[in-house]
Design a protein around this ligand. Structure first.
Ligand code: ADP
Ligand code: MG
Length: 309
């Protein structure tokens, strides 16, 4: 797998406070990379280093295997956490101005802006002043300006904060589409809801240190617990529950079903296999549901942070 971006051992101190402590990440080309961590973990500090807004005290950053240089700024689209547009400028004027700063010609900028304004159904905002827009509306405009010049790397710092759920979904879909069109995306978040559907790679940062990084599916495999959610139709649910508890570690589960089946979460020991369990259950009743319980990124996040103090 080829990495578009590599951060090697980045450390950043503010006075004698270490905001980022020896953090390395590898962002594969074409991936959506989630930078996760609680507030104050160091996510924005890392993002500002990648955008050459702050320099690390130690460590280095490589884009396409080249040490990061000012010329790379044009390869990166960056939506900062502190969104800033000129309040008294008109939306269209402002968007055109920023697009031209990114190196687009006026006509091309206009064309692309029209495409995005139509797509987001905000054409009628063109002559409004930025200060007339709500926070979420201004953020939409800033999102457009971030992606307009089609950079190969997109970095969104907390892209969902400030959006209502509908617009957060809209942005989520756009991020997926930008990835499908070839962009590599890094985004930070302290909320886990958006992570599952979006990221294929994640890094967890806690108290300035990276505590976990990798492909989401690999991480989930490492954290799986050999637990299965099952539903069995039986004559006597309580009797079967007791029998199963003699053999396995089971607890009652809750999911939607159309009949009165015995619903359980069963955890097998390391050697136990799903086929063994299924075979056993099928002698006891009719198995209507059988699926592995896959840990959610949120659970892994909480577990890892708790373990790392
Ligand atoms: P996150 O984005 O994960 O919420 P930040 O990277 O913004 O975290 O901040 C990490 C830590 O570094 C915080 O404790 C923050 O107060 C501190 N910090 C960030 N920028 C500065 C700065 N310019 N001066 C002093 N401390 C800072
Ligand atoms: Mg931040």
């Amino acid at each position: 797998m080829v990495n578009l971006l590599e951060v090697k051992n980045a450390t950043k101190r503010f006075g004698n406070f270490t905001a980022l402590n020896d953090v390395s990440i590898q962002v594969p080309k074409g991936s959506i990379f989630g930078l996760l961590g609680p507030n104050g973990a160091g996510k924005t500090t890392l993002i500002r280093i990648i955008n050459q807004i702050t320099l690390p005290d130690e460590g280095s950053v490589y884009l396409d295997d080249e040490p990061l240089q000012p010329i790379h700024i044009r390869d990166i689209g960056y939506l900062p956490e502190e969104r800033g547009l000129y309040k008294s400028m008109k939306v269209g004027e402002q968007a055109l101005y920023l697009a031209q700063l990114k190196g687009l010609g006026k006509n091309e900028a206009k064309e692309r802006l029209k495409y995005w304004f139509d797509k987001f159904e905000i054409g009628h905002w063109w002559d409004k002043k930025i200060q007339e827009l709500s926070k979420g509306m201004a953020q939409k405009v800033q999102f457009i300006v971030t992606v307009l010049h089609k950079p190969k790397l997109l970095i969104f710092d907390e892209p969902f904060s400030g959006f209502d759920p509908i617009n957060a979904n809209l942005i989520k879909d756009e991020i997926l589409q930008l990835r499908d069109e070839g962009a590599t995306v890094i985004f930070s978040t302290h909320r886990m809801e958006s992570v599952e559907e979006l990221c294929d790679h994640i890094a967890l940062i806690n108290k300035s240190k990276k505590i976990l990084e990798g492909k989401v599916s690999d991480i989930k495999r490492a954290y799986r617990s050999n637990t299965f959610e099952v539903g069995v139709l039986t004559e006597d649910n309580d009797a079967l529950y007791a029998a199963i508890n003699d053999q396995f570690i089971a607890e009652r589960a809750d999911f939607r079903a159309i009949d009165d089946q015995l619903k359980m979460k069963i955890t097998l020991d390391k050697e136990g296999t799903s086929n063994d369990l299924l075979q056993y259950l099928s002698t006891k009743g009719q198995v209507l549901r059988f699926n592995e319980v896959i840990p959610e990124v949120n659970e892994i996040f909480i577990k890892t942070i708790t373990n790392n103090g």
